[in-house]
Write a protein that binds this ligand. Structure first.
Ligand code: RAM
Length: 363
């Protein structure tokens, strides 16, 4: 799965320095390589100034490190990234753990990419804090770090490419469920990993949405975690129904979770009785919409998310942006994007899929 590329002679010294640096003590290193971190204590090199007119660099190596490589959502997202990296004349690679709860695995992949002196990495973080020491080390070595899909703490990366406003995503999933339930009944959430930044942010907004008066007859009775594993998510859904036989609906803000929950409901006496919504891909969910298990759910286009992450990584590496609020850059055919507060770049609005439109989407 992982294919190391040979370090060029130009980079050999820097690579050795980074390796011994990592071997000694992560925090004691810095200012040893590349252009950005000289004499700068902060990993993010806050003094750097963006040059929006700078030429787009070619020949870079941009690595994608998703939460989980064998998750079809990330396969689609990273393919979008690959296409964009190649179209910009740079080299793409992907590496990452098989499990969405292998945080120490993600840390060691970050360290390996740092040792290999990639120019930029796009990371979907399994945990907001666990990757920070490793990512800061990468930034100190001049590597541009973009989080996409699932963020770290803000000082552990240069920019975060977000699927669409986290608040809107959290609230709309509850709205969809409310409409499907006539705003009445016990509900549960089937999430991914307990540490996942993206799911946890959405869940906070879901809870806040549920405080509005129109949801007074809807009660969140449980949050279950299926760890983005099909079997665990299936079993968690089964467990939810056993524990709460009168459950009226489930929100699953994960493509793996919603698919497994739909599969369970579809083969059970709850089909068409327990509502299910959340975030899924049209290809995974089509049959459950057609067989009456699911009415409507939503998602953004994962390939576009990967594409935007790739353009952001190259814009950072080219010096066109540094990740500060207000900076503007062009993401190829996707158009112009502005860096928002805390270095967040929003992809746009999600699409709601139902029986009327699902056949026009293929991802
Ligand atoms: C899963 C992952 C991913 C999330 C999607 C919606 O594939 O948890 O991080 O964004 O679902």
């Amino acid at each position: 799965m992982f294919s190391p590329f040979p370090p060029s002679l130009r980079r050999a010294g820097a690579t050795l320095a980074a390796v011994s640096c990592l071997a000694l003590a992560a925090t004691a290193c810095g200012g040893t390589t590349k252009d950005s971190a000289k004499n700068d204590d902060s990993a993010k090199s806050s003094a750097a100034k963006a040059d929006p007119g700078a030429a787009t660099k070619k020949g870079l190596t941009v690595a994608f490190l998703p939460k989980q490589v064998n998750n079809p959502y990330f396969t689609t997202a990273d393919k979008g990234g690959e296409k964009a990296v190649q179209s910009l004349g740079s080299t793409y690679k992907e590496t990452g753990p098989n499990s969405a709860t292998d945080t120490s695995g993600q840390v060691s992949y970050v360290n390996t990419l740092t040792q290999q002196q990639v120019d930029a990495m796009a990371v979907s973080a399994q945990d907001p804090g666990a990757l920070c020491t490793a990512l800061k080390q990468a930034m100190k070595n001049g590597i541009k770090v973009v989080t996409y899909d699932s963020d770290t703490k803000t000082d552990c990366r240069h920019a975060f490419v977000s699927q669409s406003g986290a608040e809107a995503l959290g609230r709309t999933q509850v709205k969809l469920l409310g409409e499907q339930l006539g705003y009445k009944g016990d509900i549960a959430i089937l999430s991914a990993a307990q540490t996942a930044t993206n799911q946890n942010t959405w869940i906070d907004f879901m809870k806040d949405e549920l405080k509005l008066p129109k949801y007074r007859n809807m009660k969140l009775v449980k949050i279950a975690y299926g760890n983005d594993d099909a079997q665990q998510s299936f079993q968690q859904t089964q467990g939810l129904l056993q524990e709460h036989p009168s459950l009226a609906g489930i929100v699953s803000p994960t493509t793996v979770g919603i698919k497994a929950a739909a599969q369970y409901l579809s083969g059970s006496k709850y089909k068409g009785k327990v509502a299910l919504t959340g975030l899924g891909t049209p290809n995974d969910m089509r049959k459950y919409v057609k067989n009456g298990t699911v009415e409507a759910f939503e998602l953004w286009d994962p390939a576009k998310l990967g594409e935007l992450a790739a353009h952001t990584a190259v814009a950072l590496s080219s010096g066109q942006i540094t990740g500060k609020e207000g900076e503007v850059f062009t993401a190829g055919g996707m158009g112009r994007f502005t860096v928002g507060k805390d270095g967040v770049i929003d992809l746009g609005r999600p699409t709601v899929f139902d029986s009327k439109n699902i056949d026009s989407f293929n991802f």
